[in-house]
Design a protein around this ligand. Structure first.
Ligand code: FMN
Length: 357
């Protein structure tokens, strides 16, 4: 039986256990220059010190126009590399491997940051205007921005990158038929809709080398699980080393429902992917893994290769240590407060409880 304390090798990097920190953006930590701040470094150091095997640093913009908001971290220029070096050193010194999620918001661009661009002209986030359909040249330029960000990530000491391929952002917009109406080689079939990301994977591999981890956080349902798996197969063929499975844009699959399992229907998508890719590509599941018993259950029952922890490790940086060593921890209250994003009005109640101890 595999235990959460067992190592796993992703590409050639040894991850010391099965507990991974999910990408979770900290909106209020940076300014308009998108540079890493001391707050970021301490945030990740603390999680690494307390036993996380792999940290996936939050969604980081590949162009200023692709930010969530003006206070969103970036890797769009060389001046941003130095700060990221401090994050990777803090993680490595504490025994954690570290990759970074790179992203562009595409159609959902924040108008304060840049124009809404995407595979097709579809309603933007204000629903009143349409996005601009990217030309083939613009697609290639955007792919190069992802590759340049990956090269900077490598220079900063990251063990790899993760393409943000879910949650309705640019890569996901190419995958979903609702947002991709193209009739050229970037639209239509599964192969064509996956091409935007596939070409990024191939170019990152060429630029960053064989040993660099390339992960994709992919939609586990788009619009159904079978199609989402077919898309992920394209990523794997192109050289993706590690899949994290979350949600996408369209959901039309009655086979995915709450089923009385210990884990929720979102997490079940990762379990389905793990069944499919078992022995070929490591798969992580995510969502609602808020207590240590569920993390252990998923690994010990071979339901996933790694468990991806979002709010659990935000609520208590010592969550992984607690899972590994049976020490006490403060459990996430499962409230939506940490998701309010920029201008967050409320404090995390778990953090307040922890600090009052
Ligand atoms: C504050 C916050 C920020 C997030 N930022 C990201 C992000 O940068 N990239 C991403 O793919 N998902 C992001 N997510 C989603 C989480 O990675 C995770 O999928 C989600 O919280 C469900 O997992 P959990 O129940 O373990 O929290 C974020 C979630 C939260 C709560």
């Amino acid at each position: 039986m595999v235990r959460i304390s067992d190592p796993i090798i992703i590409n050639k990097t040894v991850i010391k256990n099965r507990l991974t920190m999910a990408p979770t953006v900290k909106f209020d930590y940076t300014g308009p220059d998108g540079k890493v701040t001391e707050k970021h470094i301490e945030h990740y150091r603390e999680r690494a010190e307390h036993g996380c095997g792999l940290i996936c640093v939050e969604a980081t913009a590949v162009t200023p126009g692709g930010r969530f908001a003006k206070n969103h971290m970036g890797l769009w220029e060389d001046a941003q590399i130095e700060g990221h070096k401090a994050i990777t050193e803090a993680c490595h010194q504490n025994g954690a491997a570290v990759i970074i999620q790179i992203n562009h918001t595409g159609i959902t661009a924040n108008p304060d940051c840049g124009p809404a661009i995407g595979p097709s002209a579809v309603p933007t986030r204000d629903s009143a205007t349409l996005s601009k359909e990217m030309s083939i040249d613009e697609i290639h330029e955007m792919q190069d921005c992802f590759v340049s960000a990956a090269v900077r990530a490598k220079k900063a000491g990251y063990d790899g990158v993760q393409l943000h391929g879910c949650h309705g952002y640019l890569i996901n917009q190419f995958i979903a038929k609702k947002t991709n109406h193209r009739t050229d080689v970037y639209g239509g079939s599964v192969e064509n809709r996956a091409r935007f990301a596939v070409e990024i994977i191939e170019k990152v591999r060429e630029a960053c080398g064989e040993d660099f981890i390339i992960s994709v956080r992919t939609a586990g349902i788009e619009p159904d699980v079978a199609t989402a798996i077919a898309i992920a197969e394209e990523y794997v063929k192109a050289g993706c080393d590690y899949l994290q499975v979350s949600t996408g844009i369209e959901w039309d699959d009655p086979s995915v429902a709450e089923s009385g399992e210990k884990y929720n229907k979102f997490c079940s998508l990762g379990v389905r992917f793990h069944e499919h890719f078992r022995g070929r590509v490591p798969v992580s599941c995510v969502n609602g893994i808020l207590d240590v018993s569920l993390a252990r259950y998923l690994i010990e029952n071979d339901l996933a290769d790694t468990v991806d922890l979002g709010r659990a490790v935000l609520a208590d940086p010592a969550f992984c240590e607690a899972a590994l060593e049976d020490t006490p921890y403060v459990k996430c209250f499962d409230c939506p407060r940490c998701q309010y994003g920029p201008g967050m009005l409320h404090k995390c109640p778990a953090e307040m409880k922890r600090k009052s101890r």
